[in-house]
Design a protein around this ligand. Structure first.
Ligand code: SF4
Length: 440
């Protein structure tokens, strides 16, 4: 832990409901005023970029934190498996590690910036607007470094805890315009770790807005990244998957029941959205961690739809799209397709339960009919031949005898927010369980 200063001052006690309510109203006020004024989000972001209280690069302490990050998150065992063609055999167990897995550079960058921020502001009160990434162990380390998480009451964040002069970190998947504006006006120092890939999507929806296109965002409307992206959009509609996109396609081509449409997509569109008016010109954008093949299919679907409705000469007046699928998501999903083609006894998918990119890796294994166990930490394995895991769209379940007897091949992958150390511990547990199993 050398080189990382801890904040000497404790973070304040949990806020009261009244205070939370007051500041919820305050944030809602910002949301409302943004819409009323049709805020120029691009101009706001540009102005913020020039503010001396806004930082989106490190503070020059990279070398100091690099050693600590390596020590806390890297793994010798994983390095060994990587060098051995992503394979390891011990006793009855063969581990096949995906060609690409774990921490992406956007996450590495965000975590390093958070550590640097602590180093650079050793005595200031430090906050983060959300989990920096979807990984419980990394978030726990930040808590130990006296980085406070903005409390959430109901579905609203309670910004009343933040005071002038505090330092506030924005996580890798960004923050909404209203949150940035609130922090800026409160006189906070903002450290923005938003991944440049996410910022690229924001630029795309800005372009849609500028040309008066509705942004159709492939994502989860409640996911922090999509909340942030939609705050930069003008008119928008969030679709979760291809089936929802097809429903929208049918409405564009054949019309339908407007109220049923609005009920189906409740909370997933911009205020005042009218499917009869706002689906004439559409641009496609995405949450960067969605299933790549699905994002591409949705893009093609809307291109074809507009082609069918308006003809080739008018297509550009009704459809626009930019490639905003992040490389890391693409690589991890491609590697997963390579892994599930092998003869596997089972899959272990490691990553936060609220991590979208990890869930998509799990989907790929499930679709192939491979027994697949999604865990968020190695602690879910054991004691004995037991695992607590989260099935797709289900709650946590405990399964016993999950490691079959005899020789087994275990595919292993992890989401973009998962440190190698966590993967190492999970693999070590599997090896230990099998080594301890009675000989058949
Ligand atoms: S998954 Fe992609 S968009 Fe998300 S933080 Fe990593 S590199 Fe950035």
């Amino acid at each position: 832990m050398s080189g990382i200063a801890l904040c000497p001052g404790p973070l304040p006690e949990e806020s009261t409901t009244d205070r939370a309510l007051a500041f919820t109203i305050e944030l809602n006020h910002f949301d409302k005023s943004l819409k009323q004024l049709v805020m120029d989000t691009k101009a706001f972001k540009r102005a913020l970029n020039h503010s001396e209280h806004y930082h989106r690069k490190g503070f020059g302490h990279q070398d100091e934190v690099a050693g600590v990050l390596n020590q806390e998150y890297q793994s010798d065992l994983i390095a060994e498996i990587r060098e051995n063609n992503h394979s390891l055999t011990r006793g009855d167990v063969t581990i096949r590690l995906a060609e690409s897995f774990g921490f992406c550079w956007g996450v590495e960058r965000a975590v390093a910036m958070a550590y640097e921020t602590r180093q650079h502001f050793p005595t200031e009160r430090l906050w983060i607007t959300n989990e920096i990434i979807h990984n419980p162990s990394v978030n726990q380390r930040l808590r130990e470094m006296q980085v406070g998480f903005i409390p959430v009451l109901g579905e609203q964040k309670d910004f009343s805890v933040v005071e002038r002069g505090d330092v506030v970190i924005l996580p890798a998947f960004g923050a909404s315009v209203s949150e940035m504006q609130l922090l800026d006006e409160r006189g906070c120092t903002i450290v923005d770790t938003t991944c440049p890939w996410v910022a690229k999507v924001w630029n795309s929806v800005e372009k849609h807005k500028k040309r008066d296109y509705t942004s159709i965002i492939h994502g989860k409307y409640k996911h922090e990244e999509t909340v942030a992206t939609s705050s930069f959009a003008g008119t928008y509609l969030v679709v979760l998957n291809l089936a929802e996109a097809q429903y929208v396609r049918d409405y564009i081509l054949q019309g339908g029941d407007k109220q049923a449409f609005l009920a189906k997509f409740a909370s997933a569109y911009s205020e005042g959205f009218d499917p009869d008016r706002d689906l004439e010109r559409v641009g496609v954008a995405n949450q960067t961690t969605m299933l790549k093949s699905e994002t591409e299919a949705i893009g093609k679907l809307f291109e074809k739809t507009m082609l069918q409705k308006y003809g080739p000469t008018q297509l550009n007046e009704h459809f626009m799209s930019f490639n905003t699928i992040c490389d890391a998501t693409q690589e991890r999903q491609d590697a997963m397709f390579g892994l599930v083609d092998q003869d596997l006894s089972l899959m272990l998918v490691i990553g936060g339960f609220n991590s979208s990119n990890t869930t998509h890796l799990q989907e790929i294994a499930v679709e192939r009919g491979i027994p697949s166990y999604h865990i968020d930490s190695a602690e879910r394995i054991g004691p004995g031949n037991r695992i607590e895991h989260k099935p797709l769209d289900g709650d946590l379940v405990v399964e016993t005898e999950w490691l079959p007897p005899g020789q087994i091949v275990v595919g292993v992958t992890s989401g973009a927010s998962t440190p190698d150390k966590v993967v190492e511990t999970a693999i070590a547990k599997v090896l230990a369980l099998k080594a301890a199993a009675p000989v058949a």
